[in-house]
Design a binder for this molecule. Structure first.
Ligand code: AMP
Length: 196
């Protein structure tokens, strides 16, 4: 089962990804996490990506696609995988289509978490508060200013994926405004139809 989770920053992709991983036993491939690991390890990719990420912009399509292509060749991706944060541009979506075709694999579904943008800023404030309450440091790109920038980048560069995947007949829209469990239940109903 190969699935993409799509939605603006703060839509709850990370939370729902954790649910899908636990329930379906497929790995979560978060390009944001992979890039943050590269930044922390100061790899050449990480050094290049750091300033771009801190500013809320997108890392180059080629770099991100190369990271994903390498990762999906690992054994744990054989039964399938969940893409979280990739693709983020139509070019990346085309690159993904080409890499899956080369490997004789196919995308099963793209789940769009549809949210009311006005509520996203409130969610961000809650996320920062909860992170601080745990004694953790909030993400560098989790400031209101950078968040608004990331939202703009989503609208301009990532939202065109919605018609792209609708055209492929792969798009499934889920109401992301409900309680976490209700959103998970909607996702389950979609994934159960696909099977593994
Ligand atoms: P995320 O954790 O998915 O919100 O990603 C954090 C940041 O990593 C983004 O704001 C981008 O700078 C970068 N990033 C993550 N995934 C991608 C991608 N698919 N393409 C380009 N940049 C990405």
């Amino acid at each position: 089962m190969i699935v993409i989770l799509l939605g603006p920053p703060g839509a709850g992709k990370g939370t729902q990804a954790a649910h899908i991983v636990a329930k379906y036993g497929i790995p979560q491939l978060s390009t944001g996490d992979m890039l943050r690991a590269a930044v922390a390890a100061k790899t050449p990719v990480g050094v290049q990506a750091k300033a771009i990420m801190d500013a809320g912009n997108l890392v180059s399509d080629q770099i991100v696609a190369a990271i994903v292509e390498e990762r999906i060749e690992e054994d744990d991706c054989a039964p399938g995988f969940l893409l979280d944060g990739f693709p983020r541009t139509v070019v990346q979506a085309e690159m993904l289509d080409a890499m899956l075709e080369k490997k004789g694999r196919a995308l099963d579904a793209v789940i769009e978490l549809k949210v009311d943008e006005g509520a996203l800023l409130d969610r961000l404030r809650t996320r920062i508060k909860e992170t601080l309450a745990r004694g953790d440091e909030p993400r560098k790109d989790d400031t209101e200013e950078t968040f608004k920038k990331r939202l703009g980048v989503y609208r301009e560069q990532t939202a065109p994926l919605i018609p792209y995947y609708r055209g492929q007949g792969k798009l499934k829209v889920v109401d992301g405004m409900g309680a976490v469990e209700a959103v998970s239940a909607e996702i389950d109903a979609i994934l159960e139809k696909i099977g593994s």
